[in-house]
Write a protein that binds this ligand. Structure first.
Ligand code: GDP
Ligand code: MG
Length: 171
């Protein structure tokens, strides 16, 4: 019998960047522009196959806790990786990344892989964060970076699966 692997992954970022939408795209292949604040999920599982092995990603959405960051610590515990999301049309959400990462690393450690998602790449008219800025920041800190869109699905599965592969390789 092959061993089963379950990896807890955190989805972090400011309110409205598209965290819940990215999870719904990856896990259910759906998108809703009028998603309700209250439809913030706290957890979704997704089964994938890596190197012929079944891997379950336990994906944790920080939902309503953006405003109460001190209570996030319980969510963070035992996570093996982070999807750090900003909205490329809102530079404030990009500038908030270091504080999210610092806070998470205080709980999960500094050795866990982090993937940066520049979301809403479909909104090409309103870009405030260039891909170059994000790539420079990411490579400097040894994070992986993907431009993504929960709306079109662009790069979403690829990004989640790349993170899962890094975690799986370290097992
Ligand atoms: P959260 O607060 O980070 O969970 O963000 P939500 O998933 O609730 O998304 C906030 C808003 O942005 C909603 O109106 C979504 O429909 C919209 N949204 C999320 N992802 C995208 C995207 O890739 N493109 C566009 N155009 N809108 C998006
Ligand atoms: Mg949400």
């Amino acid at each position: 019998m092959a061993e089963d692997f379950t990896y807890k992954i955190l989805i972090l970022g400011e309110r409205n960047v598209g965290k819940t939408s990215l999870l719904l795209r990856f896990c259910r292949d759906t998108f809703n522009q009028n998603i309700m604040q209250s439809s913030g999920l706290s957890f979704l599982p997704k089964e994938i196959i890596i190197d012929n092995e079944k891997v379950v990603l336990a994906l944790w959405d920080t939902a309503a806790t953006e405003a109460y960051r001190s209570i996030n610590k319980a969510y963070y515990r035992s996570a093996l990786g982070v999807i750090m999301v900003y909205d490329q049309t809102d530079i404030k959400t990009f500038n908030a990344i270091p504080s999210w990462i610092t806070e998470a690393q205080e709980v999960i450690g500094i050795d866990k892989p982090i993937v940066i998602f520049g979301n809403k790449s479909d909104l090409t008219e309103k870009v405030e964060v260039s891909a170059e800025m994000a790539e420079e920041f990411s490579s400097k800190n040894q994070y992986m970076f993907f431009k993504v869109s929960a709306k079109t699905g662009y790069n979403v599965s690829l990004g989640f699966i790349e993170l899962a592969k890094i975690i799986h390789k370290s097992k």
